[in-house]
Design a protein around this ligand. Structure first.
Ligand code: DX5
Ligand code: ZN
Length: 219
């Protein structure tokens, strides 16, 4: 499976958002992680449609949208029309996960299903052959700059094993607290898409992206 780095703009300097995106492009990123928060599913409010639309106009990076909103079914069409290429929704946020998956698919976008630290891998079983990606949160969603929860890396290992047993080619994305120091452990557990917010945008995003990309052997 190919590895991809998905820098999370939640940690970017918003005064200079365009330049920050150019920096991760130059560094060799191929995805851009866009965290949409509604202040209900998670305590914080981040940003939404106008930012997504602005990014779509100027970058060719794959826009990896992480919806931390209740009833994501309400916003799938909008996110798709604003430029999302991959839409990750939380299993815990909807009573209609099959409908959400079908909606994303019908719009020709990649489908990702996301679980919080307390949700077991077994809860994903009915969806594994319907999605392109599973996003395993390694922190409680809502804020950047938290420390990775090691138990959640065990969930990555468990999921990769199950996905292999089923003979599926599924991307496993990890989000929260990723640093250069724990990157290898996360990749070794079976993740192939890595979100990094503060570790990339904390200082010199171009150089930090290049470093991550080299360590990940991104093709
Ligand atoms: C947290 C977000 C993350 C966040 C990660 O709820 O989903 O994408 O930006 O930030 P770091 O990498 O700083 O933990
Ligand atoms: Zn995220």
């Amino acid at each position: 499976m190919k590895n991809y780095l998905s820098p999370s703009i939640l940690a970017a300097d918003f005064w200079n958002l365009g330049e920050q995106v150019r920096a991760v492009e130059r560094g060799g990123a191929s995805y851009l992680h866009v965290d949409v928060m509604d202040g209900v599913f998670v305590p914080s409010i981040s940003f939404g449609m106008p930012i997504l639309e602005a990014l779509k106009r100027k970058t060719t990076l794959l826009l990896d949208v992480h919806l931390m909103i209740v009833e994501p079914e309400r916003y799938i069409e909008t996110m798709a029309s604003m430029g999302a290429d991959l839409i990750n929704f939380h299993l815990e946020a909807t009573e209609k996960p099959f409908e959400v998956i079908q909606k994303i698919r019908s719009l020709g976008k990649k489908v990702g299903i996301t679980i919080k630290p307390a949700t077991p891998v077994s809860a994903l079983e009915p969806f594994l052959n319907l999605v392109d990606m599973v996003l395993i949160m390694t922190v409680e969603p809502g804020f950047g700059g938290q420390s990775l929860m090691p138990d959640c890396v065990d969930k990555v290992r468990e999921l990769r094993k199950r996905v292999n047993e089923l003979g599926l080619e599924l991307d496993i994305e990890v989000d929260g607290g990723v640093k250069e120091s724990n990157l290898e452990m996360i990749l070794e557990a079976g993740a192939n898409v890595i979100v990094a917010g503060s570790a990339v945008f904390g200082s010199n995003p171009e150089e930090r992206t290049r470093l991550f990309v080299e360590k990940m052997h991104v093709e």
